[in-house]
Write a protein that binds this ligand. Structure first.
Ligand code: GAR
Length: 224
């Protein structure tokens, strides 16, 4: 079990074996696809995708996993009598995969606190804005881009961060800016943020962690 584990030099992973990556999804799974494509292009040599978990049975992300030969598992809240039972089944599905890294790629479920402490600094999330802008409760998917456009920002982007007990409050690992253009709709902006930032950032962060290049230093992320 990886509870509160850290290497003595603060590294998240020491890179001496292949990083076992579990991806959690709720929807279309384009970020999952970006990870699969990076792997197929030979960019994630020191990482293996061990399982994909979806909280929605019909999520297209599960089809993407299947096509890539990655085990896909659905753990849906509606199949359980209450939240506690769902959380237990979800956490069991996570633990079973023995992940070194858990990637939230458009996963819209609030994680059980037990999971956050058990996998401290081993859960990463991708968020489609430059945190701390347009993040926190209620900011997900298109709503983030709607908020950015109604505020009139000229630059937005994406952030990959470690997950802590707050919503989008964990240590920031990498960010990438994206320009807002005249005439952008939330959908157009969402697509540009995905293409220019998210699909590049997420595989890159996984690669950096797999290579043993990411460490924690007094609550902040260091990349060597
Ligand atoms: C992505 O834009 C991701 O950043 C966002 O949901 C989308 C999922 O797309 N996540 C959040 O808003 C989390 N707060 P995908 O299923 O195609 O990867």
């Amino acid at each position: 079990m990886l509870e509160e584990q850290a290497f003595t030099d603060g590294r998240i992973f020491d890179g001496t074996r292949r990083l076992r990556v579990l991806v959690c999804v709720s929807g279309g799974g384009t970020n999952l696809q970006a990870i699969i494509d990076a792997k197929e292009a030979g960019k994630l040599e020191n990482a293996e995708l061990v399982r994909v978990i979806s909280n929605k049975a019909g999520a297209y992300a599960l089809e993407r996993a299947e096509k890539a030969g990655v085990e896909g598992v659905c753990v849906a809240p509606k199949d359980f009598p209450d939240r506690a039972a769902f959380h237990k089944a979800f956490l069991d599905a996570v633990d079973e995969a023995k992940p070194d890294l858990i990637v939230l790629a458009g996963f819209l479920v609030v994680l059980p606190e037990e999971m956050i402490s058990r996998y401290r600094n081993r859960i990463i999330n991708i968020h489609p804005s430059l945190i701390p802008s347009f993040c926190g409760t209620g900011f997900y998917g298109l709503k983030v881009h709607e908020a950015a456009l109604s505020r009139g920002v000229k630059v937005t982007g994406a952030t990959v961060h470690f997950v802590d007990e707050g919503t989008d409050t964990g240590p920031i690992i990498l960010q990438k800016p994206v320009m807002v253009e005249e005439g952008d709709t939330p959908e157009i902006l969402q697509r540009r943020v995905m293409e220019e930032a998210e699909w590049l950032l997420l595989p890159r962060v996984i690669e950096l962690i797999a290579e043993g290049r990411v460490s924690m230093d007094e609550g902040k992320v260091l990349i060597r």
